[in-house]
Design a protein around this ligand. Sequence first.
Ligand code: P6P
Length: 342
Amino acid sequence: MSISSKNDQNTDLAFWLKNQNASSALSQIVLAMAEAGIEIAHVAKSAALDGKSGAAGIVNVQGEEQKDLDIISNDIVLEHLKKCPSAIALVSEEVPELLINPGGEISSDDEKNYAICFDPLDGSSNIETNSAIGTIFSVLQLGVINGDYPDQNDVFAASKNQIAAGYIYYGPATLLILTIGKSVAMFAFSEVDKQFFLVQDQLTIPKTASEYSINMAYARFWDASTTTYINDCQSGKPGPRGKDFNMRWSGAMIADVHKLFVRGGVFIYPALKKPGSETGKLRFLYEALPMAMLVENAGGKAIMGKQEISGFLPSSLHQRVPVILGSKEEVEILQNLYRQKH
Ligand code: P6P
């Protein structure tokens, strides 16, 4: 489904949340993430001028070189979430341990205790090339909290109760793609009004597609299913798929996933037979899980191989998992290959 040209300047994000009967606690968290995104977009636009588009000289828990903007973006998100009493536990790509939000207040109403898992700046290696970057977040319902504070096992259990997910895409336009349950909506930031307005709700991912996103440089490390699927796509019309395919790889998950909502396709980051990537590169709690909710609520499919992403129980905060998501029929072809070959 192409993006509608309809631009409803009357429906700002807060109005949309109210219309969707979102709870005040959830609305406050979504609005805080949107405000953080607006601030990060502003900082990213001036990073080159401010000399902030480079490395911070620190290696994070992922073993990746932190960029200035990674640290700045993380601080911005944490600052905005401090205003959300329902955001009790926080998991950030940039922080090794589970954070307890200083602004959090555990509620006796277990529907008001949330964990927020986020990647403050996805694709940060793209900053120095002025390419796509974004912020990804997941809202998990913690339910009843035993003891004074939730621990990481509470967050792992809550990953089966994801109630909202979204990303903010810092591109030519600053876009917010959001689901709080059933449908997926897209909002665009207005520089004039300084807020997000609804561009389209009910985003859908076409069931079939002719485009895949994968880092081809790692082909020698792929499993047999990935290799078979990509070879068949590359064989084009004369091959088993009977049609030609295109390929895009942006280096930022948000950009390659966003394309799925525009023209369909499949995003693949498989387990790789190389040290450190044996279970893939992408992290379950703040990359795979939120993107899976968005894709599935738009009619797509999201798997780790034989099994779906949603419903998987992680065992560490920064656990990496294989990610295959996008157009339902394409993902089902891959899932069948995994079921046959593994
Ligand atoms: P590679 C960005 O670092 C990221 O986590 C995702 O946003 C992106 O899809 C992937 O890694 C790119 O990984 O191995 O191609 O650099």
